[in-house]
Design a protein around this ligand. Structure first.
Ligand code: UT7
Length: 312
């Protein structure tokens, strides 16, 4: 059986930093409330950057770190809910900018904040049938373009950014993944492109409870599938949505919080981008070493959930 091996990662964030105090000038909120309820201190909101620009920047960094040329790619996937245009997909725009080979299919996945994990498992399944064994996976969002900046319950949470990974389908590489969806529109939804405004609407408490219940069960199922114990996992990379969700999941799983990577304070929730951005920061800080076990866990609009377990 083939599994995925991550060869390199990259990320790109807009330059504009928006602090909690900045948001408090617009809506009735304050730094203490946001930090205590979410752990978020600042986020990035694009001022001129497009999603395609961020995605291409993250992709170029990932290819460089992987030592893989665009011509070696057999698949290009983008996970997003906030594309620059309805069609062509960001994946096709990346394809154009990077001059990818014509027999390298490129398409988007819409699975909310779980999108990057859906992309990973899709690549794991498709790559053995593609012309070349490497894929470029990008999770990227410009959530500021679909966030109502007058709605204090959502504008404090979300941010913009992109993360990328170059993966290779490798014979015998350990790979365990689970994906699922509890079909639900009301908890978290946004109108499609062309609707003005196309803002995100969210029942925060419902999503919060969904995450706390679903993610520990998902982690348990993944460990059972692999025949492993929670202590054998070196790093848990959970979708960055809220510090209290990280804490709650760690507690329910009886895993020390220190084994969960966290950067929510700096970027807020960048949806499909949080996991690849986290992996890239961890690689840069040399927290990830060859042979370590990583478990990535996601949840989001859909309501989708997904997890992947692999060795670095
Ligand atoms: O990727 C998945 C995407 N979504 C999520 O992960 C969201 C998960 N949910 C959450 O993170 C939390 O539910 C929130 C951070 C969104 C909200 O925290 P909460 O502890 O669930 O607060 P709440 O919605 O129960 O609101 C408590 C109070 C309310 O006031 P009253 O009714 O008690 O008077 C809100 O109106 O806090 C008020 N409130 C705020 N106050 C200051 C809501 N937003 C704010 C705000 N500043 N920004």
């Amino acid at each position: 059986m083939n599994g995925l091996h991550i060869l390199g990662t990259g990320r790109a964030l807009p330059a504009n930093i928006v602090t909690n105090d900045d948001l408090a000038l617009r809506v009735e909120t304050n730094d203490a409330w946001i930090v205590s309820r979410t752990g978020i201190r600042e986020r990035r909101f694009a001022t001129g950057e497009t999603l395609t620009q961020l995605a291409v920047e993250a992709a170029r960094a990932a290819l460089e770190r992987a030592g893989v040329s665009p011509q070696e790619l057999g698949l290009c996937l983008t996970a997003t809910v906030s594309p620059d245009c309805a069609t062509p997909s960001p994946a096709c725009l990346i394809h154009q900018k990077l001059h990818l080979p014509e027999d390298c299919p490129a398409f988007d996945l819409s699975a909310g904040c779980t999108g990057f994990l859906y992309a990973m498992e899709t690549a794991a399944a498709m790559l053995p049938r593609m012309a070349r064994p490497c894929a470029l996976l990008v999770g990227g969002e410009l959530l500021s373009r679909i966030t109502d900046m007058d709605d204090r319950s959502t504008c404090i949470l979300f941010g913009d950014g992109a993360g990328a990974a170059v993966v290779k389908s490798t014979e015998g590489a350990p790979w365990h993944a689970l994906l699922g969806t509890r079909g639900n529109r009301e908890a978290l939804w946004a109108a499609g492109p062309g609707n003005h405004p196309a803002y995100l609407h969210m029942n925060g408490q419902e999503v919060f409870q969904f995450a706390l219940k679903t993610v520990p069960e998902l982690a348990r199922s993944l460990l059972d599938k692999a025949g492993m114990d929670r202590d054998q996992i070196d790093w848990y990379v959970l979708h960055q949505a809220n510090h209290r969700i990280l804490e709650g999941v760690a507690k329910r799983m009886k895993v020390p919080l220190e084994r969960f990577y966290e950067n929510i304070g700096r970027y807020g929730n960048t949806s499909a981008a949080t996991i690849p951005i986290a992996l890239d920061e961890m690689a840069e800080q040399e927290l990830l070493r060859p042979g370590q076990w990583i478990m990535c866990l996601g949840f989001g609009a859909g309501l989708t959930w997904g997890g992947a377990m692999f060795r670095w």
